[in-house]
Design a protein around this ligand. Structure first.
Ligand code: LLP
Length: 459
């Protein structure tokens, strides 16, 4: 008889977090009271509605899976962070990659944000959302000449350049266009960064991002000498979902020191200091949100009086807790002694649990009052397709609606068509109204760009 493996759960710990001082491995179970309701709510997140619009209503109208965002929650986070920076000559350049829907970008523009982009596609979206180039900084480790040309034509505020080779290429593109490219050097500050997953660290030694710290001065000399570049600033980005200030503090100190050296040795006066994004949000009700007023004080103490214009590139902080993914339970089953809740959303809709072992709270929109411990899994043909493992959760039954919390950042933008699944709709709520800002894809959308080979004559 063939050997049979015992039922195992070897998919590793999920949702390891450093927020709130908790670093336990293994998934934290959402605490629920006897009634099945969560013990306390976290600001900006709701289980049954956003503002005046019920999740059941949206799901009934549009079907599931479906992303829903709250304008009020975005507005609140923006005001919170902007308020923490009062007194500092700073501007928020929202990092488009976190959630790049044109309606979200346009909303942030109305709130006063600039943008941080990393591709020609993001530039296209930014322009669609009504931004001027001077509100845009262009980051990214691998800009193509075409993207550089598009950004130059759009008159972006800064190119955050990540290597000496990139400087030369940009100089050449600017020469062809008869322009001068505004440049900040993205320097790797080579600080220790603690994030829930190694994939979201960027500012440590030996990573692909930025110019190695000990080469930055010589690269700055090259930048200052190239005829079609204007060296205007320095830039860093230490990582994402960071809840400690030390990496920013140490990184900033290093960049400020470097600024002195560059100015002395090149005679150039720098105007901008871009400190990147990365501010954490609380994914679990038990976690503390990052204290941005303290963050403002830390930054202010370091850059106050520097004469530099400070740029921040927050993504997750502004939109992370402003979104939910609505999904319906399709089936329940038991296997290998475990409960499974099978939902109509999976890793193609929300990749973070599967890709980063990320924790997202999952709440029943109409709690049954009973709880169970289950794996919440999607319909994709991959064992790594899950939204939660070994989670204490409402004992949801087929047809019940679940809200996967804190999915406003890096949710829809990382979705895919794997298994030929149309990508979900996106909805923006504002008060008691809501609008579909991205229509659900159709089957026709899936094959829109496909063409039969020319040699195929008959079907
Ligand atoms: N600036 C630069 C240059 C970045 O690379 C990023 C994020 C940001 C700003 C914004 O970082 P935030 O404020 O959102 O932390 N997909 C991952 C996160 C990847 C972040 C990539 N870079 C996740 O789902 O956790």
């Amino acid at each position: 008889m063939p050997q049979v493996r015992p039922a195992v759960d070897d998919r590793g710990p999920v949702g390891k977090s450093i927020l709130g001082g908790r670093a336990a491995s293994g998934e934290r179970k959402t605490r629920v009271s006897a009634s099945g309701a969560p013990e306390r709510k976290v600001e900006g997140r709701e289980n049954s509605h956003f503002e005046g619009v019920a999740f059941e209503f949206i799901a009934g109208e549009l079907g599931t899976p479906c992303y829903v965002y709250s304008s009020a929650a975005i507005r609140e986070q923006y005001a919170h962070l902007a308020g923490a920076l009062v007194g500092i000559d700073a501007r928020l350049h929202y990092s488009v990659k976190a959630n790049s829907s044109v309606a979200i970008l346009a909303f942030l523009r109305e709130l006063g944000a600039g943008l941080d982009i990393v591709s020609g596609g993001e530039l296209y979206r930014a322009l669609q959302a009504g931004y001027n180039g001077n509100a845009i900084v262009f980051s990214g480790v691998g800009k193509t000449q075409r993207e550089m040309e598009e950004a130059l034509r759009a008159d972006v505020l800064l190119f955050n350049v990540e290597s000496e080779q990139e400087l030369h290429v940009l100089d050449g593109v600017a020469a062809r266009l008869g322009r001068k490219a505004p440049v900040a050097l993205r320097v790797n500050p080579e600080v220790l960064v603690d994030t829930p997953h190694p994939y979201t660290r960027t500012g440590e030694k030996g990573m692909k991002f930025g110019i190695p710290f000990d080469e930055a001065l010589s690269v700055a000399k090259v930048a200052a000498s190239l005829p079609h570049l204007e060296l205007l600033g320095l830039d860093m980005h230490v990582g994402s979902q960071i809840s400690q200030f030390a990496p920013y503090e140490v990184g900033l100190q290093r960049l400020l020191h470097l600024r002195g050296e560059i100015e002395r040795e090149t005679g150039v006066t720098l105007r901008y200091l871009d400190i990147g994004g990365g501010l954490a949000v609380a994914y679990d009700a038990a976690e503390r949100a990052v204290d941005v007023s303290q963050f403002g004080k830390v930054i202010g103490a370091l850059v106050g009086g520097s004469g530099l214009k400070i740029i921040l590139e927050p993504g997750r902080f502004l939109v992370g807790n402003a979104g939910v993914l609505l999904t319906r339970v399709l089936y329940r089953k038991r296997s290998g002694g475990k409960e499974f809740i099978i939902t109509d959303a999976g890793m193609t809709d929300l990749l973070r649990p599967s890709h980063y072992n990320a924790f997202h709270r999952i709440e029943a929109v109409r709690p049954s009052g009973r709880t169970t411990v289950a794996d919440v899994v999607g319909p994709i043909c991959e064992s790594g397709d899950f939204l939660a493992l070994d989670r204490q959760i409402d004992d949801a039954q087929p047809g019940d609606l679940l809200a996967v919390q804190s999915t406003g950042a890096y949710g829809f933008v990382m979705s895919s068509n794997y298994n030929s699944r149309p990508r979900p709709a996106e909805v923006l709520v504002d008060g008691d109204r809501f609008a579909v800002i991205t229509a659900r894809e159709s089957y026709a959308d899936l094959v829109r760009n496909e063409v039969p080979p020319s040699w195929r004559t008959s079907s």
